[in-house]
Design a protein around this ligand. Structure first.
Ligand code: ATP
Ligand code: MG
Length: 481
């Protein structure tokens, strides 16, 4: 069998339900491939103390076109027969992804000998489901739909988990995990969570964190995991290497077809390595600010004593999950240029209100902060702060959503036009080096999830520069570009 890149070994001291899954797979016309059988055998191990599944969580990563989803179908079908009235969810990125896959499954099931244990499927637009004669049901859902409600069930699969952010994935788990113990008690069968996917990108925060924990040996003892793909020292352009490490190679397709697959990835070597080598695509392919431009626009830091009455605004930005808050000053120089300077990187968002109150009163300066996104909560708190007379404590530079989207681009344009300089700061340099762009049509913004470090230092500078050019006391916006 194809060697695993990493994962849980079969414990031969435990019985396993794998052979029963294999029987269901045969009846569905897709007899398990050797790698699928290994996963079914390990995931199906029975705890001798409880008589039910040993593992409550299964994490599976393989290249594309391996048979992941097909394996899930066989396992789900088997799971529906552990007892009456079982609830099984198949979740994918969108309702369409989940539904498309599920409709294929319904066809396979309906024309298999297993049709005898099913009742008529529901084919409603928002209500696809396959009920079984014993009252169990398998339901496909879109991740986004489920995220708001949470699911309670006996088995739930998050297929294509690379598409989930940590936040969305966790919302789903928050609904499911607490109900597992209750269902175990009610049914006698340990509920299982399956998380299946090909490797994603730096933005696949939910899957990456879990897979990385397994690779570091930090998974719970009730988690089994399987990682197939090209080892780090092999070349993804070597098709023989792919043949050796892709567990469906030679079984679902051959080397001639593999060459055709490669053709489809012309000009996209990272996409190829991900799809067929199961390599995470982690490069920042698109730095928000070009390295040479950044180096050419550095200036000396300004100390409060040399401000000489130059007006200041404070840009405030927050990292993903509120881990850090950065504050930068935008200084409007007398020659019409703007200097930005990183002042603080605060832990979390809790220290920001006090620090900003202090800075703003000291410099008589307004604040620029995005009212949406990662800073929304902090922005709200800042805007509601009042003094003893009930007046707002801080002054803000008005910025609507459209303005916000231009801050990155106008910052880079300002650097290029010598209208903006940035005060030397190693943490700001790191942020500029690690911040990637994310395009939407012709516009880009800093991609918080696509970046490999803190983005708030750079983002706070972008906001400070924009704010310095749009200060409220100006009769009209100061035109500098
Ligand atoms: N055990 C099997 N026997 C025969 N055909 C199989 C088997 N497993 C999977 N296949 C077929 O291989 C193809 C790919 O399978 P599947 O869609 O399950 O892979 P996947 O890993 O989920 O792919 P993707 O990453 O693209 O979602 C499908 O056409 C499926 O029917
Ligand atoms: Mg699939």
């Amino acid at each position: 069998m194809t060697p695993l890149r990493g994962g849980t070994q079969r414990n031969p001291d435990r019985r396993t339900d794998g052979p029963i899954v294999a029987k269901f797979a045969r009846l569905l016309g897709t007899p398990l491939l050797p790698w699928q059988r290994l996963v079914a055998d390990v995931a199906g191990e029975i705890d001798p103390d409880t008589g039910t599944y040993f593992y409550d969580t299964v994490i599976l990563s393989t290249p594309r076109q391996c048979g992941k989803s097909t394996l899930v179908d066989a396992v789900d079908t088997r799971n529906s027969q552990w007892g009456p009235d079982r609830f099984i969810y198949y979740l994918a990125q969108t309702g369409k992804d989940a539904g498309d896959h599920f409709k294929k499954y319904l066809k396979t099931l309906g024309s298999s000998p297993l049709a005898a244990i099913t009742t008529r499927p529901y084919l409603g637009a928002g209500d696809l489901r396959q009920p079984f004669a014993n009252g169990s049901v398998i339901m496909p859902k879109s991740v986004t739909k489920v995220a708001g409600h949470g699911v309670q069930g006996d088995k739930i699969t998050l297929d294509e988990a690379f598409s989930l952010s940590e936040e969305t994935g966790n919302t789903i788990l928050d609904g499911f995990m607490p109900t597992m113990a209750t269902r175990l008690k009610a049914t006698g069968v340990q509920p299982q969570l399956w998380i299946t996917s090909t490797e994603g990108t730096a933005e696949s925060t939910f899957f990456n964190r879990r897979l990385d924990a397994c690779r570091a040996g930090e998974q719970s003892r009730r988690t089994c995991w399987f990682d197939f793909g090209l080892p780090a020292d092999e070349d993804p352009e070597n098709l023989d290497s792919i043949m050796r490490h892709h567990p469906a190679a030679g079984l679902l397709w051959n080397k001639t077809q593999l060459a055709d697959f490669r053709e489809q990835f012309q000009g996209n070597p990272a996409g190829w390595a991900r799809a067929f080598g199961n390599r995470r695509d982690e490069g920042i392919t698109d730095r928000a600010i070009d390295e040479a431009l950044w180096a050419a626009t550095v200036t000396a830091p300004v100390t409060p004593g040399d401000l000489d009455g130059r007006p200041v605004v404070f840009g405030v930005a927050v990292d993903v999950d509120g881990t850090h808050t950065s504050v930068s000053a935008g200084i409007a120089n007398n020659d019409g240029t703007i200097t930005v300077q990183l002042l603080r990187i605060l832990d979390g968002t809790g220290y920001a209100p006090t620090e900003l109150t202090r800075l703003c009163s000291k410099y008589g300066a307004p604040v620029v902060i995005d009212a949406r996104g990662t800073a929304a909560d902090l922005s709200d708190r800042l805007r509601h702060m009042t003094d003893d007379a009930g007046d707002p404590l801080l002054q803000f530079v008005d910025m609507d959503a459209g303005d916000y989207l231009t801050t990155g681009q106008s910052f880079v344009a300002g650097l290029a036009n010598h209208a903006i300089t940035h005060a030397a700061d190693p943490e700001l340099d790191a942020s500029a080096a690690n911040s990637a762009r994310k395009w939407a049509g012709d516009a880009w913004r800093v991609s918080r999830r696509g970046s490999t470090g803190l983005t708030s230092p750079l983002e706070s500078c972008m906001l400070a520069a924009w704010g310095a050019a749009h200060r409220p006391e100006e009769t009209g916006p100061l035109q500098i570009y």
